[in-house]
Design a protein around this ligand. Structure first.
Ligand code: NDP
Length: 340
């Protein structure tokens, strides 16, 4: 995988698309889950002909209840002009090869839209030459998209084109982004690629997420076990109060460092000075190592093998985490706070 900066001088940010391009098309949403439900709702509200393809389960019943025409994945694929593949990334290749590809291979043209770059980047899905392959990857969870859409607000999406056989693949990506509500006020489309989205998504999951979660866990262990601070006060300070949610909101609104002005001067000084010290060369090298494992495909291979062998590491790590002292103290605190 390589991150080519093909469009260095081109426009990067997009704020509109032409919905008329998809008005007379059948848009099949495969997978009525977090993303599927939110994207279907916005597209239908924008007058697009949406049908749902799903396995017969809770999601199928929910789609029926929400008033959609629901078909098997095979049938929804047969009927489709545009397919939004919105099943979990780890099951998408099997669903694609067993249920979708046999039904679309005879078509002259189909638009295949992905909400993440993963399966195309690592070659787990290789679409046939009749397919425009595009990515409209929301930087927002499904529930958030639904709420924003109902409030008339947009959100960011990363847009990419892997294959453009119709000559209109970008326009399709922009039209779908508009259809799912991304371009409402506050939203934006960012010209990206499947590879760039994959790198950013995995980088956040491999570095920013663990720095937060395991940084907090380590802080809890040091504060409570080495310095005798109470678990209740520690957990509330570190995350359970929700103060960081408010800080993140202000970061979004004011900017990463500009938001510091809403903190006390003591806090600003502490954050600015200690921030320099805590990011060591070793930590930067860990970030580079994580990026390398994403770029050379070794993480994708490791995860693929883990799934094939029925999740031994995944299950062991979850067991350890659920049994750790932080989890036990959190459980006590959350029960006392009636969150559990
Ligand atoms: P979900 O986990 O919500 O699942 C989506 C649907 O796929 C559900 O209807 C689910 O059914 C169905 N499904 C699960 N397993 C199978 C299977 N073996 N065969 C057929 N259908 C199956 O997925 P998300 O909405 O979270 O993710 C969809 C895509 O969107 C992914 O590419 C993801 O990376 C991307 N994305 C997700 C975001 C999010 O908000 N979660 C944010 C941005 C992008 P059931 O309900 O029965 O499990």
């Amino acid at each position: 995988m390589s991150i080519e900066n093909k469009d260095k001088n081109n426009e990067k940010l997009f704020f509109d698309g032409d919905l008329s391009l998809i008005k007379d098309k059948i848009v099949s949403i495969i997978g009525y889950g977090n993303q599927g439900r939110a994207q279907a709702y916005a597209l239908r509200s924008n007058g697009i002909n949406v049908i749902i393809g799903n396995i017969k389960d809770e999601s199928w019943n929910r789609a029926i209840k929400d008033g959609y025409k629901v078909y098997s994945i095979e049938e929804a694929s047969s009927k489709a002009d545009i397919i939004l593949l919105l099943v979990p990334d780890e099951v998408a290749p099997k669903v694609f090869y067993e249920k979708i590809e046999p039904k679309i291979k005879e078509k002259d043209h189909i638009v295949l839209d992905f909400a993440s770059g993963y399966n195309i980047t690592y070659g787990f899905i290789k679409p046939l030459p009749n397919s425009d392959v595009i990515m409209v990857a929301p930087r927002m969870i499904g529930e958030g998209m639904l709420n924003l859409f109902k409030e008339g607000k947009g959100y960011p999406v990363l847009l990419g084109v892997e294959k453009d056989i119709s000559g209109k693949a970008w326009d399709y990506a922009l039209a779908i982004a508009k259809g799912i509500g991304a371009f409402l006020p506050g939203g934006v489309g960012v010209k990206s690629s499947f590879e760039e989205e994959t790198l950013l998504d995995l980088f956040s999951e491999h570095v920013i997420g663990p720095m937060t979660l395991f940084g907090i866990k380590t802080a809890y262990e040091i504060l409570t076990k080495e310095y005798g601070v109470s678990p209740e006060a520690t957990l509330l300070e570190l995350y359970a109060s929700g103060e960081w949610i408010e800080i993140y909101k202000v970061i979004c609104e004011m900017g990463l460092f500009e938001q510091l002005v809403v903190h006390s001067r003591t806090s600003q000084y502490g954050q600015l000075t200690r921030g320099q010290e805590i990011i060591t060369e070793e930590m930067k090298n860990m970030m580079r190592k994580a990026i390398q494992k994403i770029l050379d495909g070794s993480f994708a291979k490791e995860w693929f093998l883990e799934q094939e062998s029925n999740y031994p590491i995944f299950n062991r790590l979850w067991k350890n985490i659920r049994e750790c002292d932080l989890a036990k103290d959190e459980d006590k605190l959350y029960k006392a706070l009636r969150r559990r």
